[in-house]
Write a protein that binds this ligand. Structure first.
Ligand code: PEP
Length: 253
């Protein structure tokens, strides 16, 4: 049985004080939801303070991005080791905004997955097709390429410990959600790719989140699908009301 995993990606929103205040509110609000794993990804600058604020709540901290190298002459960059030291448990990798706005390649994503493991961070690997790719019938090909290139050279145990976040790019921040059936179909495809290539515990254990305009009103139906194990949440993670609303919705009987 896979534990549901809800992660909030705050992107470049909320300064340190605002991030701490929202983390405190969410930390308290999460108390009744011990059957769900929860993580929050603040701006890098707030990782340390948010980690402090979440002590004792069971809510983890995730990074939004890191440099693949451990240290060196990479002005402006932050390594996975540094993020681990600051309190991160998870590392979001390959978000579509990183791929499209910052030019992250398949190789970059692959290297970041490896450096996250080396530092002791658990990757949340984002994959997903654009609207154009979907309309051209390429959605599965793109998702397969992004998935398999990122997982190259990892052990079965490492792959099982990854969280995959399937995020159709056309559903991120747009208010358009993939229908539960569309999302389920891609999640089942991802799991089948793993089933074909790795020992069966990998496909059984790996958690696949859906991301793309998840809100309290649509979370339950999405997460009721057999292969949807959680959500990566952008906009609705920026208020405690909406984020806790998602947890409430998915745990209702
Ligand atoms: C995201 O950015 O990963 C995301 C899913 O955003 P939103 O929930 O706002 O669509």
């Amino acid at each position: 049985m896979r534990r549901p995993f809800i992660a909030g990606n705050w992107k470049m929103n909320l300064g340190i004080k605002e991030a701490v205040s929202l983390a405190q509110e969410i930390g308290i609000g999460c108390t009744p939801f011990r059957s769900v794993d929860v993580a929050l990804a603040p701006t890098t600058l707030a990782v340390d303070a948010v980690n402090e604020a979440l002590q004792g709540t069971g809510v983890h901290v995730a990074s939004q991005n890191h440099h693949e190298s451990d240290s060196g002459a990479f002005t402006g960059a932050v390594s996975a080791t540094m993020l681990k030291e600051a309190g991160c448990a998870y590392a979001i990798i390959g978000h579509s905004e990183r791929r499209t706005l910052f030019g992250e390649t398949l190789d970059d994503v692959h290297n970041k997955v490896h450096s996250a493991f080396k530092a002791g961070l658990l990757p949340i690997l984002c994959i997903g097709e654009t609207l154009e790719q979907r309309e051209n019938g390429q959605a599965q090909t793109i998702v397969q390429e992004q998935l398999l290139s990122a997982l190259k050279d990892l052990s079965a145990d490492q792959i099982a410990a990854i969280t995959i976040a399937y995020e159709p790019v056309w559903a991120i921040g747009t208010g358009k959600t993939a229908s539960p059936a569309e999302a389920q179909s891609m999640h089942a495809f991802i799991r089948s790719l793993l089933q074909e290539r790795y020992p069966s515990f990998v496909a059984n254990d790996i958690r696949i989140q859906y991301g793309g305009s998840v809100k309290p009103h649509n979370a339950k139906e999405l997460l009721s699908q057999p292969d949807i194990d959680g959500a990566l949440v952008g906009g609705a993670s920026l208020t405690a009301k909406a984020f806790i609303g998602i947890l409430t919705a998915i745990t209702q009987g």
